[in-house]
Design a protein around this ligand. Structure first.
Ligand SMILES: Nc1ncnc2c1ncn2[C@@H]1O[C@H](COP(=O)(O)OP(=O)(O)OP(=O)(O)O)[C@@H](O)[C@H]1O
Length: 261
């Protein structure tokens, strides 16, 4: 059982503080937390703090243990992050990149087990035919799927995804989120995903945290966070919110009120 909690977290780049004292209710095993907020609100920065890529103050714990107390090997076995940028153009082929990443991290798998895991991932992401194509020849969306495979191959307890569907078509956007949800439901662990798409957020995330200028505006269920007032305050839009058949909020933006400050 994995749990993730953040209490009083602040993050700065040099002297410029961009995350201010953020506390988010504990993300319980099997749950996916969505980070929402305008451009430059601090979603990627918070994910970098969660992945230990950038230092933070306050307290971030995985299973009750402060993240800085994890040893290097334990940490990289427990947590995998998919950054916003897809793997950069390289002479490697997708399958080589995923193999070499997995081997570098020493996941404790035999070649056979690792091969089966990679084959399964590539099949679920529709990448089999591209597995041996030079990465540089792949489309942006396909490279984003390879980036997702790089995080998933580690089978982490904590999966951190920074706008994982931004380059994907409708089919793969939903399929990738289905894979994340299914995995959390069957294997357990927790996920945190930065998203701009409110429909994806409402449909797939168990909890949402809305961030504006580095501060938490609201955290809770989609119904609690996606309110007309919150969307007006954060995104400067007038919206109409109804509830769909599954009880989730359905946001229809009526107009942009004024440019976000
Ligand atoms: N490496 C860095 N050095 C200095 N400032 C940074 C760095 N990375 C991000 N920032 C600043 O931190 C703030 C938050 O940026 P961040 O990328 O976390 O926002 P975001 O919510 O992920 O945005 P977007 O939705 O546009 O991806 C911005 O003001 C940004 O300019």
């Amino acid at each position: 059982m994995t749990r993730l909690s953040l209490e009083g977290v602040s993050v700065a780049y040099g002297r410029h503080r961009v995350i201010h004292d953020v506390t988010i209710p504990t993300v319980e095993d099997g749950q996916l937390l969505g980070l929402l907020g305008p451009n430059a609100s601090g979603k990627s920065t918070l994910l970098r703090a969660l992945s230990r890529e950038h230092p933070a103050t306050g307290r971030i714990t995985v299973d009750g243990r402060a993240i800085q107390d994890y040893g290097h090997a334990d940490w990289y076995r427990a947590v995998a992050a998919m950054p916003q940028a897809p793997p950069s153009l390289s002479a490697l082929r997708p399958v080589e990149l995923v193999w070499s990443t997995a081997r570098t991290l020493d996941l404790g798998l035999s070649d056979r087990a690792l091969g089966a895991r990679i084959d399964g991932l590539f099949a679920s992401l529709g990448l089999e035919a591209l597995a041996m194509a030079p990465l540089a020849t792949l489309s942006g969306g396909k490279r984003q799927l390879v980036g997702f495979a790089l995080a998933m191959v580690r089978d982490p307890d904590v999966l951190l995804l920074d706008e994982p569907t931004s380059a994907l078509d409708l089919y793969w956007r939903l399929s990738l989120m289905d894979i994340v949800r299914d995995r959390l439901a069957t294997r357990g662990g927790v996920g945190v995903v930065a998203v701009h798409d409110l429909d994806i957020a409402a449909r797939y995330c168990d909890r949402l945290a809305l961030i504006h200028r580095g501060r938490l505006v609201a955290a809770g269920t989609a119904g609690e966070v996606l309110t007309r007032e919150n969307l007006a305050a954060v995104y400067s839009v007038d919206s109409e919110i109804t509830t769909d058949a599954a009880g989730r909020p359905d946001v229809r933006v009526l107009r942009v009120a004024h440019p976000p400050e």
